[in-house]
Write a protein that binds this ligand. Structure first.
Ligand code: DGT
Ligand code: CA
Ligand code: CA
Length: 567
């Protein structure tokens, strides 16, 4: 069962009804769609608990449709309307200027049902001749369609695919005819989303190497195959470029194909200013290669310190490398534990014992269990009483556990900036994170004041996923971030870096900004099941990409020092 599918069906129904000139109902369906797509749990669970009607914007007729869909896999209202209007409204509504009524007009007059139909109609100049369209609106539509096609080009969230990528590279190292195999590109830079996977290898049998690669079970389709470069489509729906280079060029190639492009352009300019030439084969004086086997040598010859891949975004790292002022960014192995973890006591999938065992297996020294509090009803948030029972359980488990379990909570920051648990129960917690999950589309000023009030309350340690963004789903909160950072600094409140792939929040560029204010950060996987504990690595990647050093990240401290952060 997918919340997103039901939300999309409701958006379709809203569009159908708008075509039919129905008043009000389209708005109700859109509101319900919004509620459902932002649920943190499976809607089926809410249905089974009989709580559908508790959700914002879900009345009896909409809840009946949801019930019908859960029970039968069909929704009759949707079925009959979609039969009547067989157009791809899901695609059209992402194109500016293609509202449901215009889409329907184009369907009636020109039979346009799909993006492809729209594309060919635009190319043939048919649309400008229609009444109510004209040349100008045809041009606009063309432009908007192009922007849509660009966004559609799919990227993957690295947190979900990095293990697969690394397994692929390992298999090549182990069984392929290569001397070395390394991952480059945006994956090496640990960017939150990646467009494709770039792999570099050295080999004295490049042809055999390419044979091996294209024959791997993960390869679904060969796009181009050559001796030095091969591109394939992998079975997880992403492309992979493999380049095989000479040993003497490996460092230069690693540098070039790690990027990013702007970083490379600037390096090349530095080379030129020194009378040298830099490309993927090496650093050249005339036709002689003076560096190329290792990255370190390439940077050094350009008068720069070697730069960690995560920093290579051309945001000042090259200047810092020249001056010797690069930060000593936090190491992955310095991150000793996870400060944002759920169990099935709120909306997670595993028990406390299971999560603790998994965290131990993961090598953590501590974890904070931060279940939701009562204000988030759809996530089965705990009230004071349930927390006190649950925390007793943690105390008992701590006596026999090999790792330390911090008693935590992910509090609701309510509309007025107050929090939803009493100070009394919070006093018994070790780590309190506060978040805004509901009613977040308030005007900027109000939303900012709401969060600042919570920061000033003295009740929270850290602001969880501060921007609330979800990649490809939800825009960041409209907040005055500078005021938030100032308030955090003044009140000694941390900002969280949430490593859950869709969240990746704070984003790395904002981390870099916030660090300037002197704020410290807490890292969390936001795991809702044991496997998701691995996302702490992605939080670490964002910290590194945000130029954070060991002292900026509280997860590098002993658990006792984290407990002392409490105010
Ligand atoms: P992605 O795949 O969109 O997530 O991002 P990247 O950075 O992996 O980009 P990709 O795969 O197109 O190219 C890999 C690297 O190759 C890129 O980071 C820098 C280098 N590169 C690609 N195109 C150019 C270019 O036109 N000029 C320069 N100097 N470098 C380039
Ligand atoms: Ca790439
Ligand atoms: Ca590539």
């Amino acid at each position: 069962m997918s919340n997103e599918e039901i939300a999309q069906m409701f958006l379709d129904i809203a569009d159908f009804l708008e075509i039919e000139n129905v008043q009000w109902e389209p708005r109700a369906y859109r509101k319900a769609a919004l509620t459902i797509s932002s649920l943190p749990v499976d809607i089926k669970q809410i249905y089974e608990e009989g709580k559908l009607m508790d959700l914002e914007g879900i009345g009896s007729s909409i809840s009946k449709s949801i019930e019908e869909y859960i029970k039968t896999g069909r929704m009759s209202k949707y079925d009959s309307l979609s039969k009547k209007y067989p157009l791809d409204l899901r695609a059209f509504r992402k194109i500016q200027g293609m509202g449901p009524k215009r889409a329907y007009a184009l369907y009636k007059k020109l039979g346009i049902r799909s993006i492809n139909d729209l594309k060919s109609a635009l190319e043939s100049g048919k649309i400008r001749k229609l009444e109510g369209f004209g040349e100008k609106s045809e041009m606009q539509l063309k432009h908007n369609l192009e922007s849509f096609m660009k966004v559609k080009e799919e990227r993957k969230m690295l947190g979900y695919v990095i293990d697969y990528f690394e397994a692929l590279a390992r298999e090549m190292r182990k069984n392929g005819p290569f001397f070395s195999v390394e991952i480059a590109g945006s994956t090496r830079r640990m960017k939150e989303t990646v467009g494709d996977l770039d792999i570099l290898a050295t080999s004295d049998k490049p042809q055999k190497g390419m044979e091996f690669f294209t024959g791997m079970k993960q390869v679904k389709e060969i796009i181009v195959k050559g001796d030095t470069k091969t591109s394939v489509k992998l079975d997880i729906g992403i492309n992979c470029d493999l380049r095989i280079v000479e040993n003497g060029s490996f460092g230069a190639a690693m540098q070039y194909f790690t990027g990013n492009k702007d970083h490379n352009v600037k390096l090349r300019k530095i080379a030129i200013s020194k009378g040298l030439k830099l490309n993927e084969y090496g650093l050249f004086k005339g036709s002689t290669s003076i560096a190329g086997a290792t990255e370190e040598k390439v940077y050094e010859t350009l008068g720069l310190k070697w730069i960690e891949p995560e920093l290579r975004e051309n945001t000042g790292e090259i200047e810092a490398a020249r001056k010797g002022t690069l930060p000593k960014i936090v190491k992955y192995e310095e991150i000793l534990g996870d400060l944002h973890v759920h169990t099935k006591d709120s909306d997670g999938a595993n028990s406390l014992e299971e999560m603790v065992a998994a965290a131990e297996g993961f090598g953590h020294k501590f974890i904070a269990i931060t279940n939701h509090s009562k204000g988030l009803r759809i996530a089965n948030g705990l009230d004071e009483k349930r927390f006190s029972v649950f925390n007793n359980k943690i105390d008992k488990l701590n006596e026999k556990s090999n790792i330390k379990i911090l008693k935590g909570v992910e509090l609701e920051i309510l509309k007025d900036g107050s929090v939803d648990l009493s100070a009394g129960v919070l006093k018994n917690m070790d780590f309190v994170i506060g978040a805004m999950h509901q009613n977040t589309n308030m005007p900027r000023k109000e939303l900012t004041n709401r969060l600042i009030r919570a920061i000033e309350s003295g009740l929270i340690n850290t602001v969880a996923h501060p921007t609330g963004r979800k990649i490809g789903e939800r825009a960041p909160f409209d907040l005055d971030y500078e005021s938030i950072f100032e308030a955090c600094k003044k009140n000694d409140v941390l900002l969280e870096i949430d490593g859950f792939p869709e969240r990746s929040d704070l984003p790395f560029d904002m981390v870099k900004l916030a660090k300037v204010y002197g704020i410290r950060f807490s890292l969390g996987s936001d795991a809702h099941r044991d496997m998701q504990l691995r996302f702490i690595r992605m939080a670490g990647a964002i910290a590194r990409r945000g130029w954070l050093e060991k002292r900026d990240v509280v997860n590098t401290m002993d658990y006792k020092d984290i407990q002392r952060l409490k105010r």
